[in-house]
Design a protein around this ligand. Structure first.
Ligand SMILES: Nc1ncnc2c1ncn2[C@@H]1O[C@H](COP(=O)(O)OP(=O)(O)OP(=O)(O)O)[C@@H](O)[C@H]1O
Length: 516
């Protein structure tokens, strides 16, 4: 029996939503490592240095030179080694769940090989029986045998894997990329689920596309510094998660991370929310109150939706950042603060500055280290991964055993625009888990009316609120009229409203005339 080949299972990508492990599938003669592997009946994981030592340095590392961890398993038929299967990983350790899965893959591969051997053997028997008989039939059988022998073992293997465990494929891919390097191999540690281990890393942020890898590397780089960070991205892209990850990876992690959603606090209360107030500072201030700046002392203050902060408050925030001290509302004393600021917005802040809605000096202060989070529709390769993650999370919670999605559902999700990004997907899957009857999700009620509008170039645009629309339009007309409101060449005439009405709209919408 021939050695089949040493197959490499380490390079993989997603092809049209279908996990596609790229085996490097070249027949090789039996190697010294394979001889060692043949002594085991279970997956053996070692670093390449350890393998080389085992093989008395007599191993040509070849294509796997870039990889650090190498796990091998022998493939045997009737006690004869017919090949080995290798799983290689660049920098991260492989855990027990992954190794178990690897054994299943090896079994399936062996199954496929056995079928192939058996089919070829039966045809050969028939062919021998025909050796003195019909030459046409003989040639026909010979062709069939050649076809079997030359057929890709791995193609048949993929077909089997896909039908046997489509979701497990995605799990493996997810694990491989997100595995944490372990120095110890205690069972307890190895048995922790990937999600739990991962949560201690980047706050459970999932993503493997190049844009997300860049985000992880920016988190790594900025966390240890004291820099002010501005996180930009559409709603639901994970800005809050990134802020938590930066705080948790920083030296301030032992101190509080205090969050303020600038859009959620009424404008008249935001100053007291941030800086606190003294008793009697304003009607309703019955007691002294400590503000978020003071609460975050020594730690991090996360200012979410910073783009919604009114101009008046922006001045006060800027002062607090520059002077590193605050005054409570109604108070006289200045209070020193040591706070790292992380802010986030789904607005285009640079554009807001141009329009006069956001102070340029504050923007420069906050935008020391920007991190841009991609919209979900810009990272469709992450969609199956996130979907499976949420499916497992909510199935576990609901105590249901839902194994995965059909390819059709995955495709639907990849084609959807996700205006609410990851948050929208999470809610949708949480709901679907509760409603789902079988073990597989075979339909998903994606909204038919996406909350985006195509512009004249066919690009999807966020649907603006009436106020945003009005503000932008007034801004454009004021720019055209160089800030002039009344008179024949003024904006009021063009907009068809009295100058007094336009003035009050400008005030209400927070437009700043000096920018025109
Ligand atoms: N990469 C990700 N991996 C896992 N979960 C994610 C990811 N991104 C977002 N989520 C989930 O989506 C939800 C929204 O995330 P988050 O609140 O961080 O988004 P956001 O950008 O701050 O949204 P908003 O601008 O509306 O405040 C969270 O429940 C989080 O669990």
């Amino acid at each position: 029996m021939n050695l089949i080949k040493e197959s490499y299972l380490s390079e993989y990508d997603f092809d049209e939503g279908r996990p596609n492990f790229q085996f490097i599938d070249v027949p090789t003669p039996i190697t010294s490592i394979q001889k060692i592997i043949a002594q085991f009946s279970y997956p053996v994981l070692k670093t390449m240095e350890e393998w080389k030592l085992e093989a008395r340095n007599n191993h040509n590392v070849g294509r796997t030179a870039d990889y650090h961890y190498h796990c091998y398993l022998p493939l045997e038929v009737n006690n004869t080694l017919i090949g080995t299967i290798g799983l290689h990983n660049k920098s991260r350790q492989l855990d027990t769940e992954c190794l178990r899965f690897f054994s299943i893959i090896a079994d399936l591969l062996l199954d496929v090989v056995l079928f192939k051997i058996e089919d070829a053997r039966q045809l050969k028997d028939k062919m021998h029986a025909q050796s003195d008989g019909d030459p046409v039939e003989f040639n026909n059988l010979k062709k069939q045998i050649d076809a079997i022998e030359q057929s890709s073992t791995l193609d048949s293997f993929f077909a089997r894997c896909e039908s046997v465990f489509p979701v497990a494929y995605q799990r493996l891919k997810f694990q491989l990329d997100n595995m944490v390097v372990h120095n110890s191999h205690s069972d307890e540690e190895a048995l922790l689920s990937t999600d739990e281990r991962f949560a201690g890393n980047y706050e459970g942020i999932i993503g493997e596309c190049p844009e997300m890898k860049k985000v992880f590397s920016l988190i790594d780089r900025v966390a240890a510094s004291e820099s002010t960070v501005l996180i930009l991205g559409e709603t639901g892209t994970g800005k809050e998660m990134v802020a938590k990850a930066i705080h948790n990876c920083s030296d301030r992690s032992g101190k509080p991370l205090v969050m303020v959603n600038c859009a959620a606090v009424p404008p008249n209360l935001i100053e007291s929310e941030l800086f606190g107030h003294e008793r009697g500072a304003f009607t309703g201030a019955m007691d002294k109150r400590i503000g978020k700046f003071e609460l975050a002392n020594g730690g991090t203050l996360f200012l979410d939706e910073i783009g919604e902060l009114q101009l008046e408050l922006q001045v006060k925030l800027l002062r607090a950042l520059q002077e590193k001290e605050i005054e409570r509302v109604g108070g006289k004393a200045t209070i020193k603060t040591d706070v790292r600021i992380i802010s986030a917005t789904n607005r285009d802040l640079a554009e807001e500055v141009k329009k006069g809605f956001f102070r340029q000096d504050l923007y420069f202060r906050l935008n020391v280290f920007p991190i841009h989070l991609p919209a979900l529709k810009q990272r469709t390769e992450d969609i199956p991964l996130l979907a499976v993650h949420f499916l497992h999370k909510y199935s576990r919670k609901a105590k249901k055993d839902i194994k995965g999605f059909t390819n059709g559902v995955l495709k639907q999700m990849r084609n959807y625009a996700w205006p609410g990004n990851v948050r929208e997907m999470e809610h949708l899957i949480e709901r679907q888990v509760l409603l789902n009857k079988g073990k597989v999700v075979n339909e998903i009620p994606l909204p038919t009316h996406e909350k985006t509008l195509n512009d004249k170039n066919g690009k999807p645009q966020k649907v603006k609120t009436i106020d945003e629309n009005e503000r932008d339009h007034i801004f454009d007309v004021l720019t055209l009229c160089k800030g002039k409101i009344s008179g024949p060449s003024g904006a009021a005439k063009l907009l068809g409203v009295p100058a007094t009405t336009l003035n009050s709209k400008i005030k209400r919408l927070g437009l700043n005339r000096k920018h025109f």
